[in-house]
Ligand binder design. Structure first.
Ligand SMILES: Cc1ncc(COP(=O)(O)O)c(C=O)c1O
Length: 435
């Protein structure tokens, strides 16, 4: 590529290091990317946890092209178009029973902001306007907008910005290497971490707390599975104290853990859920918030001529995104992809845990079609081992994701057994070269 690279300020990227040795992708199909030089790279990360059905599925790309020609855009405020209604209807056939009202956004970050605003407004409408506190969890990632950054639990994502959203507190994270290292599926220990909510209730009083937001599986900080019993306990405590429970299912939604949503995988129903990524197979930006009907109905009071929720985006329910999402849901249904990760779980588990005992490997985790290998941090260079493994794998033709001292895997849900073997073999070779 001859284009100079300096004009682009890249997101969540070490810009200077990257531009010295760029890693570029220029084509994609099925399970593979291609570099501009024509080198094939097996996608071990579904892009960025989003291309769940694999790349360039004709059904999806053709639906987008058709829609672009038929109607490129329609305003979503005080106007509608049929695909948005159809998509909402199709979505609530998949979501847990009772979570059946859908608000469209354009990203996971916007879904988080939207869900938190709905939570605050809901309490206000019910005469509990003092419930303004938002509770997140350490090592949580909820996107990059102001409230998402505030409830997020990644110190590095917050330190440059201060906290301009007040009234936020955090549960402790659940990553307990001492007791749970090399867990297969959900870790045995740690349900009691949910009791942190009782401590925060004692500290702040329940009457000040609007909502708790957690990822059912913390994806961005290294695929941290919820310990057995943890989500159930959190649900019970939220119920006891009248606090809304929000599951951020931006990563776990659309089949990643082996059920359409983590809520179903774990048998725990949140009050609101945030979605994005796999909703359109990553083809067109789109997010959604799905809420319990009674939350939606609390807004449907007063004169019918009033706008009930003064919130929305120019591109909420964009026609191209709706077309992509509807075609994506068709592909998921026809190929049984939303439950395929449950069948592939043992395959990934056996392959990944064969890396146990390699130098520097201090933990291996897996569930559904998610896996992670954690490395002992190199003295004075935290995160470098995972980054070097990511680089070596890319050079050897496999895309994995480095985050902190973890390498995470989340291949498209169409991945074959032999491709899982290729990913793990490539990882093994890369790990063996670490110092
Ligand atoms: C759990 C979770 N929430 C929110 C987001 C933010 O989504 P987006 O990057 O689409 O804004 C992400 C992105 O990785 C995520 O993993």
């Amino acid at each position: 590529m001859n284009t100079p690279l300096d004009a682009l300020w890249m997101p969540f990227t070490a810009n200077r290091e990257f531009k010295l040795a760029p890693r570029l992708l220029s084509r994609a199909e099925g399970m593979h990317y291609q570099t501009p030089q024509g080198r094939l790279v097996l996608d071990g990360t579904a892009g960025l946890w989003c291309v769940n059905a694999g790349h360039a599925r004709p059904r999806i790309t053709e639906a987008i092209a058709r829609q672009a020609a038929e109607m490129d855009y329609a305003p979503p405020f005080q106007m509608g178009h049929p695909l948005a209604f159809e998509l909402a209807r199709r979505l609530v056939e998949l979501t847990p029973e009772g979570l059946n009202r859908v608000f469209f956004t354009n990203s996971g970050s916007e879904s988080v902001e939207t869900a938190l605003k709905i939570a605050l407004a809901y309490h206000r409408l019910r005469g509990e306007a003092q419930r303004t506190r938002l509770i997140g969890r350490e090592r949580g990632y909820h996107g990059v907008n102001f409230a998402g950054t505030a409830v997020g639990g990644i110190g590095g994502n917050r330190k440059l910005f201060g906290s301009s959203v007040g009234g936020v507190d955090h549960l402790r994270h659940t990553h307990d290497l001492g007791r749970n290292a090399f867990s297969r599926g959900q870790p045995e220990h740690g349900a009691e971490f949910a009791d942190d909510l009782e401590r925060l209730v004692a500290l702040h009083d329940a009457s000040t707390i609007a909502a708790v937001i957690v990822e059912p599986m913390a994806g961005s900080t290294g695929a941290l599975m919820a310990p057995k019993g943890y989500l159930e306990r959190l649900r019970a405590l939220c119920d006891r104290h009248g606090i809304l429970l929000i599951f951020d299912e931006v990563i776990t939604g659309f089949g990643r853990l082996g059920a359409p949503f983590a809520a179903q995988h774990h048998g725990v129903k949140p009050d609101l859920m945030t979605l994005a990524k796999g909703l359109t197979n990553g083809c067109v930006p789109m997010g959604a918030v799905v809420v319990r009907q009674s939350i939606h109905d609390a807004f449907m009071q007063g004169p019918a001529s009033a706008i009930e929720l003064p919130h929305g985006y120019t591109y909420s329910g964009h026609p191209l995104a709706c077309a992509a999402a509807l075609a994506t849901l068709d592909v998921y249904a026809e190929e049984g992809l939303l439950t395929r990760a449950a069948r592939m779980h043992p395959v990934l588990e056996a392959a990944l845990h064969s890396l146990r005992g390699l130098p520097h490997v201090i933990d291996i985790r897996n569930t559904g079609l998610v896996g992670a290998v954690e490395f002992e941090p190199r003295e004075g260079a935290a995160g470098r081992r995972a980054f070097e493994v990511f680089q070596a794998c890319f050079e050897a033709g496999v895309l994995v994701r480095a985050t902190g001292d973890n390498v995470a895997l989340s291949p498209p849900l169409i991945v074959s057994e032999s491709q899982i073997g290729q990913i793990v073999d490539t990882l093994r070779q890369a790990i063996l070269r670490l110092h």
